[in-house]
Design a protein around this ligand. Structure first.
Ligand SMILES: [Zn+2]
Length: 62
């Protein structure tokens, strides 16, 4: 059989794919989130990457 695929190669490729997945699917930037405290001990995830990109976050409550 030709074309032996080494495990290392596969791992490297997977890593590469993971890196791609780390970009935000909304703004396409590197994912950057922060927890904002809203009200009493309530936290909310905020996408800083999208805010920087000027993309409104799908949250009608804001
Ligand atoms: Zn984003």
């Amino acid at each position: 059989m030709a074309g032996k695929v080494s495990k290392t190669n596969v791992a490297a490729r997977k890593e590469q794919r993971d890196n791609v997945n780390r970009t935000c699917r909304y703004c396409g930037q590197e994912i950057e989130v922060a927890l904002m405290v809203v009200g009493r001990g309530k936290t909310r995830m905020v996408r800083l990457c999208c805010q920087k990109a000027g993309i409104a976050q799908g949250d009608a409550a804001t």
